[in-house]
Write a protein that binds this ligand. Structure first.
Ligand SMILES: Nc1nc2c(ncn2[C@@H]2O[C@H](COP(=O)(O)OP(=O)(O)O)[C@@H](O)[C@H]2O)c(=O)[nH]1
Ligand SMILES: [Mg+2]
Length: 664
């Protein structure tokens, strides 16, 4: 029985929607019962945002002409009955192509001109400037017109060597990587820097994003690919030619761009059809292929199971012709099955953990608040029960006692104010260390150090030093956070014992995640600053682009870190505020209750009854909160709704509904 990616993505989407509904229910319930504090509200909103926008990005990476585009065609577009992405000799993808689907937007090919490389803006910045992109409407109904439009990604143009140099596409010191020279001192360079296809394919509609990359040259020349697009991918399919094996440049791509990454990696040994030899038996050819897979696995240092020998061309032709035997012979189904069975469970795990953590925090917060209210009620009940059979003079004494207690209690406000001042100061000091101003200064310092050395050869050293300093900042933030926690802990203990609060701190955010993020940034950027790139970095434009990307990446990390820290502190302060409010309300209720009893002595039992039902209500609410979070947890850990088993299909294993028949 085969699983289809479409079916699995659907199941995942159904599961996510279910979780989202439950999170919404929980949120509404808490709001209705005045149990939703800021921290929980933000927590739940963040989870729901993730559930709504979860994407799965698969990147296809290889040297030129290994068959990336052909493989994408075979996996995703065979249902159109033809080759959609250009993948024939002389028709090479020249720029990174992103395939995805944005609902409520027309089918579109958006192209960013190569000239934009003359300015230092990063791709992320340029995405926000639609005016700079050339847009071509796509006709999803007509595969021929679609394929025709997509040939744009192969477009080149002739420019002078000087221009090519300025574009970062010509390096006097690295002639092998340079583009072909045409007559009259002109060279052929890609016309576009980046292409984004918005297309209502069934899989793309389900949140799949596919990234087709051109060869090494472009990967090397466009830092954005190495530094941000590839690390953001959830899986990478790395493609080799079975006819060529692992070449030196294949190995360079693997080492430089994929080696240390954390995403799931699949290695494809493509073009096995080229190994067929009429003079050899099928057995022998099979054994040859197997041997090559083992060699490949060894060279790349991956498990043999990660290597998939196949023929993209045969698979595409087999699917288009409806030839099941040819499809089987192409061995593509094994790769597709691996994508389905290995990729999605991992995505799911990430979300599951996210939801479970949020449910836990929210439950803790809400039930603590309820427990606190019940504690106050218990005290009142004790007091009232003690009044049974007492006269009204006694009640008057009680009222006076409450007044005294209230008065004593109000002394805590001074203490709280002092604690708040200290807390705010300490927190300010902590956050300054993570602020974007200081971050900018740090990067500027790195730049000064880097440009002080010849040819930017010191850039890597300066960058590593920067990472060291940034890590020290995170460590310092962690230490300061601990100090604040100690201070709060001590104050809470005092407040609890002197004024009857029930203040308790939640687990301090560990900030380990940001260490890991920094390590990841360090690794991929340091790789980029390796010797092979050093010459390119000598160009001021590149250095500027590099700096901008680095700053925006680091800023995100630091903003998230300080956001998390702030949230924790905010929830600690909120807890104090809400308990203060509750305590005051409690005193007032006690006093009102006693006054009512004084006014009508027989009211005592009635009043106790009130408190009992109030208490029962809160107990009930706590149970319901736990019910909601348990349901959320159950839904998160429940098996996915069964994906339909696909019969022996001729439509692509990964496509559920052929695009054409869906449109028809
Ligand atoms: N024999 C054979 N040729 C293939 C196969 N896959 C791709 N090709 C050819 O290899 C060339 C490069 O393919 P393409 O997909 O454009 O490579 P890309 O540059 O990696 O995107 C094209 O001429 C394809 O037709 C295959 O499985 N077998
Ligand atoms: Mg291609």
């Amino acid at each position: 029985m085969e699983l289809s990616l479409a079916g699995q993505l659907d199941a995942l989407a159904v599961w996510r929607r279910g979780l989202d509904r439950q999170a919404a229910d929980l949120s509404r319930f808490l709001l209705e019962h005045d149990l939703l504090d800021d921290a929980s509200e933000r927590n739940l909103a963040a989870v729901r945002e993730r559930l709504a926008s979860d994407r799965l990005c698969v990147a296809f990476v290889a040297e030129f002409s290994r068959g990336k585009s052909e493989l994408i065609n075979a996996i995703f577009f065979a249902d159109t009955g033809r080759r959609i992405l250009p993948a024939t000799p002389g028709r090479t993808t020249m720029c990174p192509v992103e395939l995805g689907y944005e609902p409520n937007t027309a089918a579109l090919l958006a192209l960013l001109p190569i000239d934009t490389r003359l300015e230092a803006q990063s791709l992320a910045e340029l995405r926000e400037k639609p005016a700079l992109w050339t847009r071509i409407r796509l006709d999803a109904e007509s595969p021929d017109r679609l394929a025709e439009a997509l040939t744009e990604v192969t477009r080149t143009k002739a420019v002078s060597i000087a221009t090519a140099r300025a574009l970062g596409l010509w390096h006097d010191d690295a002639p092998d990587d340079n583009p072909p020279v045409l007559a009259e001192g002109l060279v052929e360079v890609p016309a576009w820097r980046h292409a984004a296809i918005n297309y209502p394919h069934p899989l793309l509609k389900r949140g799949l994003v596919v990234l087709d990359t051109p060869g090494l040259n472009a990967i090397g020349a466009e830092p954005e690919l190495t530094l941000s697009l590839l690390p953001a991918a959830h899986a990478v399919v790395f493609i080799l030619g079975a006819d060529t094996g692992v070449t030196k440049s294949d190995l360079a791509v693997w080492r430089d761009h994929l080696g240390g990454q954390s995403m799931t990696r699949f290695v494809v040994l493509n073009k096995i059809d080229a190994l067929a030899d009429p003079l050899l038996t099928e057995e022998v050819v099979r054994e040859q292929i197997e041997q090559q897979c083992r060699n490949t696995a060894e060279t790349l240092d991956v498990e043999r199971e990660r290597v998939f020998p196949l023929s993209a061309r045969q698979a595409l032709a087999g699917r288009i012709d409806g030839d099941a035997g040819a499809l089987q012979a192409s061995r593509l189904p094994a790769l597709e099955e691996a994508l389905v069975t290995q990729l999605l469970p991992r995505r799911r795990e990430v979300i599951e953990r996210l939801v479970a953590d949020a449910a836990h925090e929210v439950e803790l917060q809400a039930t603590r608040r309820l427990a606190d209210q019940r504690r106050l009620i218990a005290e009142q009940m004790l007091e009232l029960r003690g009044l049974r059979g007492k006269n009204s003079g006694k009640v008057q004494l009680m009222i006076e006692r409450v007044d005294r207690e209230m008065h004593d209690f109000e002394r805590c406000t001074e203490r709280l104010a002092a604690m708040r001042v200290v807390h705010a100061r300490m927190l300010r000091e902590l956050l300054v260390g993570l602020s974007s101003d200081e971050l900018r200064d740090e990067v500027a310092q790195m730049q000064r150090q880097a440009s002080a050395t010849l040819f930017n050869l010191g850039a890597k050293k300066a960058f590593i030093a920067l990472c060291g300093r940034l890590r020290a900042r995170v460590a310092q933030a962690r230490a300061r956070n601990q100090e604040i926690q100690d201070m709060l802990q001590a104050s809470f203990r005092q407040l609890n014992s002197e004024f009857g609060f029930a203040l308790a701190l939640t687990r301090l955010p560990s900030l380990d995640r940001y260490d890991r993020e920094l390590t990841l940034i360090e690794r991929s950027y340091a790789q980029y600053l390796g010797l092979s790139q050093a010459l390119r970095l000598a160009e001021p434009r590149f250095m500027e682009q590099f700096r901008r990307m680095l700053v925006s990446k680091l800023r995100m990390t630091f903003e998230n870190a300080s956001g998390e820290v702030e949230l924790w502190h905010k929830s600690a302060s909120n807890q104090v505020d809400s308990q203060l409010r509750e305590r005051r309300r409690g005193f007032k209720r006690r006093r009102d209750g006693l006054e009512r009893i004084q006014a009508a002595a027989g009211d005592l039992d009635h009043r106790i009854g009130d408190l009992e039902s109030q208490d029962a209500r809160w107990q009930h609410l706590a149970t319901r909160v736990r019910g909601f979070t348990a349901a959320l947890n159950d839904a998160a850990s429940a098996p996915l709704p069964a994906a339909e088993a696909a019969p022996q299909r001729m439509t692509p294993a990964l496509a559920l509904v052929p695009a054409r028949s869906a449109a028809a």
